[in-house]
Design a protein around this ligand. Sequence first.
Ligand SMILES: [Zn+2]
Length: 333
Amino acid sequence: MVSYKELGLVNTREMFAKAVKGGYAIPAFNFNNMEQLQAIIMAAAETKSPVILQVSKGARNYANSTLLRYMAEGAVAYAKELGWEHPQICLHLDHGDSFELCKDCVDMGFSSVMIDASSLPYEENIALSKKVADYAHQYDVTVEAELGVLAGVEDEVSAEESHYTRPEEVIDFSTRTGCDSLAISVGTSHGAYKFKPEQCTRDPKTGKLVPPPLAFDVLHEIEKKLPGFPIVLHGSSSVPQEYVDMCNQYGGNLPNAIGIPEEQLREAAKSAVCKINIDSDSRLAMTAAIRKHLAENPSHFDPRQYLKPAREEMKKMYIHKIVNVLGSDGKAE
Ligand SMILES: [Zn+2]
């Protein structure tokens, strides 16, 4: 048993309370390799933003769970080395799908876990989420649960169709599970293909596809039912067109990749939404930069030659999200 406190990590309780009050959101960035982690920590340290490092079940399988834990511990030391005196870094399990997986993460030094039982019937979702919360709270680890179903694919998580969270259920659900935050479904979805072109309208000026807006009416109803309670948005990459174009220009094939417009995320961050999950944008930034570098430098074969610009591109993207979308800069001096 390793406590996250020994690793210098923090849980989400205080960062969420401040974010809800302050009208901003904490970035939750997924990582599964060193370059992503370096870019996240450099961006958070430079902007003094609290940050949530997210690890999915797929990332654990990819990178090895022991290694990931030491990487998170290393991230705290690295942040201090970069001059961030009191780093607020949370290590969070993204989409835990069983009690055993959540328990394993709590026991291995995670400071926060998500139990995603949203595909189960309502009462079973409550029972499993409560079981995880009861266990995690013994060790002061915070728990995110999910109500409502998001469309799209993210590692193991996939659903054909989404259905919005029902505001009339949120009080009962949060009270009976004891969860610390609630992931809801209001129109975001996982992956880089969030909407089909036929779901979108076309901007007459730019000719670009515009996705349907998020269901802010549902979000505000949930806020009214649970005043001050931390709300989480999954699947909130904006899928920047410049990265999609860069991928396609240098040999990629990403037709009709569509994300959530940043203006809408900015608006959500001002509400009770205090954690915004971003994964695809990092994948796109990294791949776009690598494709460009290799296309322009066909003789290069040292991974550092193409991973360095990839890391720079991700760092730039993370800083942009922190400063211009979530508003969490300067909140962890
Ligand atoms: Zn998710």
